[in-house]
Design a protein around this ligand. Structure first.
Ligand code: SAM
Length: 211
């Protein structure tokens, strides 16, 4: 009889492996991605819209911030932003590339921050690293960290693994109100050739998240 197939790591070992992977690719990621927003007009437009909604209200978290290009874009538009990433190397690169912006190492599955810390959260291409059965728990946590009425802008690649309706369902279960779902084709020669989704979702004003 064959021995049982080894199980894929989960929980803390899985996150430790992911952290090492992103530590190892940070320099290459910076080289390829850091200036990518220059060639992505829709992303800039959506971030401008997000900035306009939160700038006067309070600080913003960039969760899974990588080297901090999104945090930087928001900062340059007058938003107070803090970037959080699992990878120490990404956090170090973000600090080096973006003096004047706060970056911290942290895990979005266990953010030890008070309820209502942020007026807004951007979460660009990092939710995909959360195993499906934990996505609602992470979104509940993000909802708790938003002030009532706070705005989330979540992005991900559309693929066999995740589709917009599925993510919208998770957001709704976690207590968010979906404001808008936007999809676009990839910008040729600018980015990885996958379709993208952007979801604006709001913590309801009368929300009891975190209560
Ligand atoms: C594809 S990169 C996206 C980085 C950046 N947001 C961007 O748009 O270029 C995914 C990032 O999510 C981070 N990440 C993955 N799991 C995380 C977790 N549990 N908590 C915080 N960050 C996480 C990774 O370290 C990595 O920097």
């Amino acid at each position: 009889m064959d021995p049982p197939a080894p199980k894929a790591p989960s929980g803390a070992p899985r996150r430790a492996a992911l952290r090492r992977t992103y530590d190892a690719v940070t320099d290459e990621y910076v080289r390829r991605i850091y200036n990518e927003l220059d060639g992505k007009p829709l992303d800039r437009e959506l971030l401008d819209r997000f900035a306009g909604c939160v700038r006067e209200i309070g600080p913003v978290g960039d969760v899974g911030c990588g080297p901090g290009q999104v945090a930087r874009y928001l900062h340059d538009r007058g938003v107070t932003v803090v970037g959080i990433d699992l990878s120490d190397a990404m956090v170090a690169a973000a600090r080096r590339l973006n003096p004047g912006i706060e970056f911290k190492q942290g895990d979005m599955t266990a953010l030890d921050l008070p309820d209502g810390t942020w007026a807004g959260i951007v979460c660009f291409y990092s939710i995909i690293h959360i195993p499906r059965d934990q996505v609602v728990a992470v979104l509940l946590e993000l909802c708790r960290l938003l002030r009532p009425g706070g705005l989330l802008l979540l992005t991900f690649h559309i693929g066999a693994e995740v589709v917009p309706d599925e993510m919208a369902g998770y957001l709704t279960v976690a207590g968010f109100e979906i404001e808008e779902i936007i999809e676009r084709d990839p910008y040729p020669e600018v980015e990885h050739p996958s379709r993208r989704t952007y979801i604006f979702a709001r913590r309801p004003v009368a929300s009891t998240a975190g209560a």
